[in-house]
Ligand binder design. Sequence first.
Ligand SMILES: [Zn+2]
Length: 332
Amino acid sequence: MSNLSTDRLCELAELYALGGLSEKEKAAFEQHLLQCEACRAQREELKGMVEQLPEAAEPIEGRRGRVPGNVSGSKVSGREAAVKEPAPADGEPLPMLPRGARRRAAYEADKAEGTEPAVSYESRSTKTRKQPAAPVELDAADNRPAGSAGELSRRTGRAERKSGYWRWMSAALSAAIIGLSLYGYQLKGEMKQLRTELASRTTELHGAQAQLGNVNKPAEALKVNQIVSLNPAAENIVSKGLASIVNDDKGTHLIVQAENLPELQTDQAFQVWLIKDNQPINAGTFYPHNGSGAIYYTFEPKDYDTVAITLEPDAHGEKPRGTLMLAAGLKG
Ligand SMILES: [Zn+2]
C-alpha cells in the first residue's frame, strides 16, 4: 500500500500524463489508477490533450527521453532525478518529458507559493504518514462513497480548473515576458549609453561654441604691456616700425607694424622674430602693401630681449638668414 493518501494521489494525474513524476510517485500513481475510476478517466482525457500539444512548445534541447541511460544509475541530484523521464509503463508511450518537467516546475512553484503540494518531496514519508487518510473524511463529509459518480465529477472539475493548457499558456507567456523584459532591459541600457554619449557630445559642442564665441568676441580689457619703436639696422634703411606687446584674457600678443619698407623681389618676404639670448622665435611672415605691413602673434608670456624684422629670401626660414631691417630691445 502506498504511503500517499488517495486524495493526494489524485492530484498527480496531470504530472503523470506529462511525464513529470519520479519513479516512486509514478509507481504509486499507477497502483492508484487500478482503484480510482476518476483518475483513469482523467488520464485518458489528459492523454488526448498532451497529444494535441504543438511540437513548437517543446524546448529546443529536445526530449530528455531520447537520451538513454540517465534515468537511473547516473549520479544526479535529487532535483534532477525528479525530472527524469520515467520508464514507459504498459508499453504506453509516455508524453514528452520536458513538458512534464515544466509541469513539475509549476508544481514546485505552487508549493513555493504556499499552496499545499500534492506531495512533499523533502519529507514525504514522515509527513504524509502522520496525516489521516483524507479521502475517507472528505467523502464522509460529502456523504458520498469514494469512487462514486460524484467524486468523478468533482475530480474532472478540478482537472478542468487546473488544465494543462493553462499551465502551458502560462509557461509560454512567462517565457515571452521574460524575453521581452530582457530585451527591454537591453534597450534601456543602450538608450542610457546613447544619452550619456549625447550629453558628452553636447558638452563638447558647448565648449567649442564657447571657444568660438571667445574668438569672435572683441578683446576685453586689452592691456598694453609695452610699445617700442623699431630702429633701422643700417643707416641706409628708411623703414620705421612699432612693436607692441599686449595682454588680454586670451593671452599675450605681439603686434608689429612697419612702413617705408622696400619692395620685395620674387619669393622674398619679411619675417618677424622674438629673440631671447640669441635664440630667435619666428613670430610671423608678412608681405607689405604699398610699403606697409603688420603681423599679430600670440605667444606664451615669456621675457624676450629683442624684436626684429628681417628681409628673407623666402617665407620658409626657421632661423633668420637674410638682412636685418628693424630691431628694438624689449624690457625684461
Ligand atoms: Zn484518483
